[in-house]
Design a protein around this ligand. Sequence first.
Ligand SMILES: NC(=O)c1ccc[n+]([C@@H]2O[C@H](COP(=O)([O-])OP(=O)(O)OC[C@H]3O[C@@H](n4cnc5c(N)ncnc54)[C@H](O)[C@@H]3O)[C@@H](O)[C@H]2O)c1
Length: 269
Amino acid sequence: MSIAELFDLTGRVAVVTGAAQGMGRAMALALADAGADLVLVDRNEDGARRTAAEIAALGRRALADGCDCSLPEAIRQLFARVDAEFGRIDVLGNVAGDGYLDKPESIPLEKVELVLKNLVVSRFCACQEAGRRMLAAGRGSIINIGSLASLTALGRGHIAYSMAMGAVAQMTRELSTEWSGQGVRVNAILPAQVVNPGLEARMTADPNLRATYLRGIPAGRLGEPDDIRGLAVFLASDASRWITGALIPMDGGNLALNGGGTVRPPRAK
Ligand SMILES: NC(=O)c1ccc[n+]([C@@H]2O[C@H](COP(=O)([O-])OP(=O)(O)OC[C@H]3O[C@@H](n4cnc5c(N)ncnc54)[C@H](O)[C@@H]3O)[C@@H](O)[C@H]2O)c1
């Protein structure tokens, strides 16, 4: 198989959640560029439709769905629609899911439950629905989005988010262990800070935050949604056919850096 064939996704069907913007949109466009047909899922249905239009312009089949991924029943309906429209699923990009920031000593337990529902139960439900179909077909690739907070602590009110992202790491390892012998690979991407509207708002509210983030990123810049493109195609395709259960940092070197380490200043331009 040539290298081009290894990365080729022609004829494959990918479902990507959170596809209206950010990393979900970038992942969906990259998979389509590599040949896949796409189901674009986002509670912002207009946004999902805009991504679908971009993908249709590439000559791929693209279906937009306004599923609220925090609701298991809505996820089940989404997959029933995928069955009816495509009759197969080869790739799941599990991207959507909100966090909530508050101090451990004051966060209401309802908010903790909400975050666990958004990031753990709902993502697991999508894995379960996709996984059942992939197991029946004997092939598939699931890509979960985790975080630096899957493996390390961030402080600043991330308690619920970190507990949930830690569970996403274990979800990935357990599912890979159970399913990879049946042809279904499960991996996770762990991004550091990737610019999005929520992050921009937090950096505007706290003028020191950008510098705090950058102190943890030896590569010297924040992430951009497009940084996920290559990794998404790699994990979705046969190029990664023996890679499963992996938690892959997409972080400009953050997780390699010890908290007491020193980052060399960026080269003068
Ligand atoms: N941006 C970062 O710095 C960063 C770092 C690590 C992990 N993550 C995680 O990656 C994921 C995507 O981040 P992003 O920066 O691309 O986010 P984003 O805010 O740019 O986009 C998220 C998209 O998901 C959709 N969405 C959210 N909840 C949904 C739901 N319940 N149902 C359907 N759609 C929903 C939103 O409408 C939006 O279009 C999130 O889970 C986030 O926690 C982000």
